[in-house]
Ligand binder design. Structure first.
Ligand SMILES: C[S@@+](CC[C@H](N)C(=O)[O-])C[C@H]1O[C@@H](n2cnc3c(N)ncnc32)[C@H](O)[C@@H]1O
Length: 204
């Protein structure tokens, strides 16, 4: 895809996602992980320090080889067994009903095709499994939504495909999940980029 996508963007992603204001969200959501975990779009592995003792192993799926290399470095500091898989959420190379917890943090904004990706997440989850998420997306006010729609075409081009205006709750529900827990609200930062959905969903 070129130097910007292959080299610059992964570094920018790592720097942006290290934002200290994201840490409390990571801590709260990752604390609920258990069993066999699949993290979608693991990036540079910034959630790894927050996984609790109840996690048996973590598989990290990530399309960017540069980010996988960074996640590998982070995994060396973790005591939980970890496998990194180069791949895409639209086609998860894991068996049906093999995962207890799927984690996605600030990733549904960037996955090109969210419907097949969420269907894949549901497929790999056991019937009693859970989807844990922290995502930014469509805000509640018309004024903010208009800005999100206006900015998304430009934002996508500089940010590696990130959409500001995805209706995260609807996308999760439409893929066959029931929302079991949900907090929404603005984090610190410009409103079009800062409306967060944090929670847990169960496969129907
Ligand atoms: C904003 S970063 C978030 C990284 C990480 N989840 C975090 O919380 O720090 C978005 C991530 O989604 C990944 N991504 C993009 N398209 C993807 C796809 N089709 N399947 C899985 N991950 C994808 C990117 O490579 C990147 O790691």
């Amino acid at each position: 895809m070129g130097f910007y996508y292959d080299v610059i963007l992964p570094r920018l992603c790592h720097m942006a996602m290290r934002n200290r204001y994201l840490v409390p969200y990571r801590q709260r959501v990752i604390a609920m992980a258990q069993g066999h975990v699949l993290e979608i779009g693991i990036g540079s592995g910034l959630n790894l320090p927050f996984y609790p003792a109840g996690v048996r192993d973590i598989q990290g799926l990530e399309p960017s080889p540069r980010l996988i290399a960074m996640a590998r470095y982070a995994a060396e500091r973790s005591t939980i067994p970890m496998t990194l898989i180069e791949g895409s959420a639209e086609s998860i190379p894991l068996a049906d009903n093999s995962i207890d917890t799927v984690v996605t943090t600030w990733t549904l904004c960037t996955i090109p095709e969210t419907a097949p990706a969420l269907t894949e997440m549901r497929r790999v989850l056991t019937p009693s499994g859970q989807l844990l998420f922290v995502e930014h997306g469509l805000g509640p006010e018309e004024r903010v939504r208009k800005w999100q729609d206006r900015l998304t075409p430009i934002w996508k081009r500089i940010s590696g495909g990130c959409h500001l205006n995805r209706p995260i709750r609807n996308l999760i529900e439409q893929a066959g999940f029931t929302i079991a827990q949900l907090e929404t609200g603005y984090m610190k930062g410009p409103k079009p980029m800062a409306f967060l959905y944090e929670g847990r969903a169960r496969p129907n």
